[in-house]
Design a protein around this ligand. Structure first.
Ligand SMILES: Nc1ncnc2c1ncn2[C@@H]1O[C@H](COP(=O)(O)OP(=O)(O)OP(=O)(O)O)[C@@H](O)[C@H]1O
Length: 254
């Protein structure tokens, strides 16, 4: 009945001459929050960038909403529009003269050519709602260039939320948010998956959060070491396999 939002089969991705991701297979169902965990340099960002079509992949197959992603990252625009991505770092030229409201509105616009006034009131309403959801409506007239790191993160999330999507991909998304914003952020993710059936795929180093909030875990270190529910995956044996025995001893002594 519920086809998976994302299917990855035998995916291998190179960073120059190095196979950063090797033969990784998994599926991401709708309405679930799936975490990707693993040590630094394990290939987590490489994996999601290949799934998003930002990096080419060498072999394997990727299907988003049943449509194949080409090895060079091509996907039909109607499918691409269903995916939102919040990167680890968002680098841009701070001199760009664009306000928060204008920036978030770009997330609402359809891909491709359209009239500049398209949408009108629906667009304005969607922008206001998205900014309110991330508690940033008060910033709507601010130039993006003056925002703090945490404010910018919330604006980027509003950019992802401004239109209904099927898949939200996050790379260490809450980094830079204060404690209150972080808990609001996870509450919002929960709401998106429960009420609107969004699939969430998030890279995280916060194993306690993963245990609390995620439904499934993929543990990787170049290859997929294990997958399943947090209880099934985050066992001392699997953590030792991924991070080394020292890490498990350290966590138990805390
Ligand atoms: N632009 C690049 N050029 C060459 N190699 C790269 C590049 N970016 C990453 N790598 C290498 O690819 C491997 C995987 O990196 P990746 O950033 O995917 O890991 P990660 O699991 O996301 O790490 P972290 O937890 O530190 O963010 C690492 O060995 C890294 O050095």
């Amino acid at each position: 009945m519920n086809d998976p939002v994302l299917v990855v089969k035998g995916l291998t991705v190179y960073r120059e001459t190095y196979a950063a991701v090797q033969d990784v297979s998994f599926t991401v169902p709708a309405g679930m929050d799936t975490a990707i965990v693993g040590p630094n340099g394990a290939g987590k960002s490489t994996l999601i960038q290949a799934i998003l079509g930002i990096l080419p992949y060498r072999s394997g197959e990727v299907f988003v909403l049943g449509q194949p992603l080409s090895p060079k990252g091509k996907l039909p625009p109607a499918v691409r529009q269903q995916i939102a991505y919040l990167p680890q770092n968002f680098l841009f030229d701070r001199r760009i003269p664009i306000t928060v409201r204008e920036f978030v509105g770009l997330g609402w616009d359809r891909l491709g050519l359209q009239l500049p006034w398209a949408g009108g009131q629906a667009r304005r309403h969607a922008v206001q709602q998205a900014l309110t959801q991330v508690d940033a409506w008060h910033l709507y007239q601010q130039p993006v260039s003056v925002l703090s790191g945490g404010e910018l993160k919330r604006i980027l999330l509003a950019y992802c939320l401004v239109r209904p999507r099927r898949l939200l991909v996050l790379d260490e998304a809450p980094a830079g948010l204060d404690v209150r914003s972080e808990s609001e952020f996870y509450r919002l993710l929960h709401q998106l998956k429960k009420d609107q059936g969004w699939a969430i795929l998030q890279v995280s180093h916060d194993l306690d959060m993963v245990r609390r909030s995620c439904d499934r875990v993929l543990c990787i270190n170049r290859t997929l070491l294990c997958q399943g529910t947090p209880d099934h995956s985050l066992t001392p044996e699997n953590l030792s396999l991924a991070y080394g025995p020292e890490f498990v001893r350290y966590r138990h002594s805390c």
